[in-house]
Design a protein. Structure first.
Length: 76
């Protein structure tokens, strides 16, 4: 077995490891979606900022941030 075969084996092993780790992040992101629009029931990550939520409320529903996300507190 030459150096080229060893390098290819290492690349294949690393690619397989990365693929298995990618799926776990999706589960974490799904669990972190705890901000819910009361109008359309869309979920947003807990790290969402008021600006992006206000844009959603204005563009999708023509309402204010407080109407779609009552009790929203900006994360620190």
């Amino acid at each position: 077995m030459g150096n080229g075969a060893k390098a290819q084996t290492r690349r294949d092993r690393n690619a397989k490891d990365k693929a298995s780790k990618a799926g776990s992040q999706l589960k974490v992101n799904q669990q972190a979606k705890n901000i819910v629009c009361t109008v359309c029931r869309s979920t947003f990550l807990c790290t969402s900022r008021a600006k992006s939520l206000a844009e959603h409320a204005e563009n999708k529903h023509n309402k204010k941030l407080e109407d779609c996300f009552p009790g929203f507190v900006e994360p620190v």
